[in-house]
Ligand binder design. Structure first.
Ligand code: SAM
Length: 305
């Protein structure tokens, strides 16, 4: 960035900060503040203002948030609000809000209450008829969706899949016919296993986006059919590191009557055939794709377990 762009940017930030002085930030409110998912510059000016004026910050991990705030030149009373103490801490927050304090709620990264603690606190504050104000910002799911090229007029946020194979299979089976883009979170130690499970559930042709280390130095957004994802990950050990959002493109919408016909047929066939026999017969009878029918039959047979 040249120096004139840098100084114009600084001026813009100063103007925004001045404008914020005129905005009202009610007392006695809970501010749900999104923080960056990697890149510190992704904080909003409004988030900085709220964090600066808050009487205290409820955070998942006081050490992480303490470090984050110090990077922004802020030092605040911090207290822990994590999945093990959320209910108790919610009452404490309600009391403090009633006394007119402004409390900010943050998680370790991204938007609180999205695959993170926070929802119980927000619920308790709303139940007490107090004000909750979201301070919008980064969320890994939305960042990944926006750069996937998949349709996102409908998406289904799944978050982390269960780690046990059977439960994971049940969740995935229930999603096979969904036409919405599916959004998963995953940690590096389970990425290979999860990709394999996605390929088994959705078949080789469905497209996947692996959005890795978003907003960080080694950000990667890779799109490929599920059949190629395992090989892509295995090709370079670095690709299995870091944080991941996985997006699976929604099923192509079969005309509703075609789907209904296939379901009725499979229901009958599954009474006396295995999943793969039922799918093969249904494919011969209807002319529909065997793989799609197999996934449908699998989800129907698991629903009936
Ligand atoms: N509340 C956060 C949000 O708004 O996205 C999500 C918190 S959840 C505990 C953490 C998971 O989010 C990670 O395991 C990963 O799946 C995803 N995630 C967070 N930061 C990410 C990043 N920079 N790149 C890719 N995925 C990320």
């Amino acid at each position: 960035m040249d120096s004139s762009t840098a100084s114009s940017l600084t001026n813009t930030l100063l103007t925004l900060a001045e404008d914020l002085q005129k905005q009202v930030f009610p007392a006695g409110a809970l501010y749900v503040v999104a923080t960056p998912i990697g890149n510190l510059a992704d904080i909003s000016v409004r988030a900085l203002k709220v964090l600066a004026m808050a009487d205290a910050v409820a955070c998942e991990d006081t050490r992480n948030t303490g470090q984050l705030l110090s990077r922004y030149g802020l030092s605040k009373e911090l207290f822990a609000a994590h999945q093990h103490n959320e209910r108790e801490v919610a009452q404490k927050i309600v009391e403090r809000l009633k006394s007119g304090e402004r409390i900010a709620l943050v998680s370790d990264a991204g938007t609180p209450a999205v695959s993170d603690p926070g929802a119980r606190i927000v619920d308790a504050v709303l139940q007490a008829e107090l004000t909750v104000i979201p301070i919008a910002g980064a969320s890994a799911a939305i960042a990944a969706l926006s750069s996937s090229g998949f349709l996102s007029d409908q998406f289904h946020f799944v978050g982390f899949l269960p780690s046990k194979e059977k439960q994971r299979g049940t969740v995935l089976s229930s999603l096979i016919t969904s036409t919405a883009t599916l959004v998963f979170y995953e940690a590096p130690h389970r990425i290979t296993e999860t990709i394999a499970a996605l390929a088994r559930a959705f078949g080789p042709d469905r497209r996947l986006v692996l959005a890795r280390e978003l907003s960080k130095l080694f950000e990667q957004i890779h799109r490929c059919p599920l059949s190629e994802a395992e090989a892509w990950l295995a090709a370079d050990a670095h690709r299995q590191r870091g944080e991941f959002v996985l997006l699976v493109e929604g099923a192509s919408a079969a005309p509703a009557d075609e789907l209904e016909e296939a379901k009725r047929l499979l229901e009958i066939l599954l009474e006396s055939c295995s999943v793969s026999q039922a799918a093969a017969l249904a494919a011969r009878i209807t002319g529909q794709k065997k793989n799609a029918l197999y996934q449908l039959a699998l989800s129907m047979s698991q629903e009936n377990l």
